[in-house]
Design a protein around this ligand. Structure first.
Ligand code: TLP
Length: 345
């Protein structure tokens, strides 16, 4: 019996083509810059993001952290959303490991930051204050519902950041979902950004890895930071080989995941007791919560669903996240809807 695992798109397995590419990969010592597969992945990633250079890292968390460390010195300040992954889910690493102070602005419901609020957050030159150095945005925005920050906003945010003397980093863990949803090339979407991290190991299905892109100088600094963080790997070309397949073969199919998410939202909207937060999800995430009429508790529902081979993520009291991905097929959607109906009836 198939387990329908909607907890995240991080649960995806490598495709058969990835496994073959991994078995055949040419490898070398990447700390010495000699892994041909990693070098190729980095070139490809830089090209896809329209940046000079790129760096392969073990995770999105390390990509964002290395970026913050390369942009900021200790005691500097980064402006970011209070719902951002970097603020909520990266273990406070920018404070703990980088000594960087954060200025959290409330994310608007669609994941954007109000650009006037960004202007207002800029510190004046005064010894009492940290030095404002960096603006971080997330696209797609995970906790705001897999929402997409539109192109005009991305351009305006870059202009605002630069006019304030700030650099702009994009946590683009799912930037290709945004690009596919907007039908805009990813490199255009991040054109104004100074750096971007994107993940190979989410909707693109590679087993491990993220890539940080930016100018050559910035990437040279970030490579030092990756070493400080213990992220310099050796013959990791076996991982990069899967990443190359991810970039070349797995981007355009993300639209299927978005369609499945829309079908799932529509189906769940018809189940008594389930409140779908966004009737037409923008990308591959569906957030739902239980109505007051439901007696069962948050965990009880998860356990009952798991008993029917459906796994969902808990993201708050009586609130769940369901993420579609490679491995979830059209036929699974109805199974999930029926599972909810049977658990909540
Ligand atoms: N997100 C994971 C969990 O950590 C919540 C998920 O299941 O969605 N940026 C964004 C926007 C992310 O969603 C994630 C992972 C990361 C960065 C970190 O990537 P990894 O897990 O590779 O460190």
């Amino acid at each position: 019996m198939k387990i329908i695992d909607l907890r995240s798109d991080t649960v995806t397995f490598p495709t058969p083509e990835m496994r073959e590419a991994m078995a055949r990969a040419d490898v070398g010592d990447d700390v010495m810059g000699e892994d041909p597969s990693i070098n190729r992945l980095q070139e490809l990633a830089a090209e896809r993001m329209g940046k000079e250079a790129a760096l392969f890292l073990p995770s999105g968390t390390m990509g964002n952290l290395a970026a913050v460390m390369a942009h900021c010195g200790r005691g500097d300040e980064v402006i970011l959303g209070n719902q951002s992954h970097t603020f909520l889910f990266e273990g406070g690493g920018i404070a703990y490991l980088a000594g960087v102070h954060s200025y959290e602005l409330p994310n608007l419901p669609d994941g954007r930051l109000d650009l006037q609020a960004v202007r207002d957050a800029l510190r004046s030159d005064d010894v009492h204050y940290p030095v404002s150095r960096l603006l971080v945005l997330e696209n797609t925005h995970n906790r705001c519902g897999g929402t997409v920050l539109p192109l005009e906003y991305m351009d305006a945010a870059a202009e605002t950041a630069h006019s304030l003397g700030l650099s702009l980093h994009i946590d683009g863990a799912r930037i290709f979902n945004a690009a596919v949803a907007l039908d805009v090339p990813a490199n255009r979407l991040v054109q104004g950004a100074d750096s971007i991290t994107f993940c190979l190991s989410k909707g693109l299905s590679a087993p491990v890895g993220s890539v940080l892109c930016g100018t050559r100088d910035f990437i040279n600094k970030a490579r030092r930071m990756r070493k400080h963080l213990g992220g310099g790997m050796r013959q990791a070309g076996v991982l990069a080989a899967a990443g190359i397949v991810a970039l070349e073969k797995m981007v355009t199919r993300l639209g299927e995941d978005h369609k499945h998410a829309q079908a799932l939202a529509k189906g769940l909207a018809g189940v008594d007791g389930v409140i779908v937060e966004t009737p037409v999800p923008a990308t591959n995430m569906v957030f739902v919560h239980l109505s007051d009429a439901v007696k069962a508790d948050t965990k009880g529902v998860v356990q009952s669903l798991a008993g029917l081979n459906v796994k969902v993520g808990v993201v708050g009291s009586r609130r769940y996240r369901l993420v579609t991905h490679y491995g979830i097929e059209a036929g699974d959607i109805q199974t999930v809807v029926e599972a909810f109906r049977s658990v909540l009836q």
